[in-house]
Design a protein around this ligand. Structure first.
Ligand SMILES: O=C(CO)[C@@H](O)[C@H](O)COP(=O)(O)O
Length: 231
């Protein structure tokens, strides 16, 4: 894929964030990796979705050095590239501040699997990371945010749970490409909203039985399916 084609795909994926009401103003960002070229295309920092153009998308390498582009890459670039280096199966990353998923992140609570809608897409809870330590916050903050995410996946397949919420911050999702990472961000927001409303109706709602969770997840994705369909 040429840089121009990669930028176009990432540009369209970023616009989809706004179309799905997952962001306002300049919140959030989407990227996609080209592993053959060793580069990542990502949203420029601080640019509103209404003003953004395909040529504004910035190309960086996996060490965060700008390869092509005149604008500053997203402030979350180091988190994106950390995930690409750690999770070799992923091709796209999305970060939003969508309302319900961010509320669970601010409450520092993982989202339990309370129903089959959740189970169709995530094989278990949607994990909330540990809070960053003061040392991490005062260090390379964006890189350390990525570390908190990958630390939560030491014993977990990122394909089986392509969405996470960062304590005190907001969600990150991923997928086989930028478009699918946005699709997972939209699914996360809906699942987070359902879970919030469920627990509002009954704070003691028990998680879905494991047999039902397994049935729903595995019939859709199988054990080795690569994320399943994305539309
Ligand atoms: O997480 C944050 C801010 O907390 C970011 O997602 C901003 O909401 C968008 O930053 P840029 O991508 O425009 O630098």
């Amino acid at each position: 894929m040429s840089y121009k084609e990669l930028k176009r795909e990432v540009f369209e994926a970023n616009l989809e964030l706004q179309r799905r009401n997952l962001v306002i103003y300049t919140f959030g960002n989407v990227s996609q990796v080209d592993r053959d070229k060793g580069v990542v295309a990502i949203k420029p920092s601080g640019v509103s979705y209404d003003d953004m153009k395909p040529e504004d998308i910035v190309i960086v390498d996996l060490d965060n050095t700008i390869v092509e582009g005149t604008m500053r890459p997203s402030s979350d670039t180091k988190t994106h590239t950390h995930l690409y280096r750690a999770f070799e199966s992923i091709g796209g990353v999305t970060h939003t501040h969508s309302t319900y998923a961010t509320a669970w992140a601010q409450a520092k609570q993982s989202i339990p699997c309370l129903g089959t809608t959740h189970a169709d897409y995530v094989h278990g809870e949607i994990t909330c990371t540990r809070e960053l330590t003061d040392e991490q916050v005062n260090g390379d903050y964006e890189e350390e945010t990525g570390v908190q995410i990958t630390d939560a996946y030491v014993d977990r397949d990122p394909k089986a749970a392509p969405m996470v919420i960062v304590a005190g911050h907001a969600p990150f999702t991923w997928g086989k490409d930028a478009a699918q990472s946005v699709y997972h961000a939209a699914l996360l927001e809906e699942i987070a909203r359902m879970a919030y409303l469920t627990r509002t109706l009954d704070p003691n709602t028990a998680p879905l039985k494991q047999a039902v969770l397994d049935k729903h997840y595995l019939r859709k994705h199988g054990k080795d399916a690569y994320y399943g369909q994305s539309k």
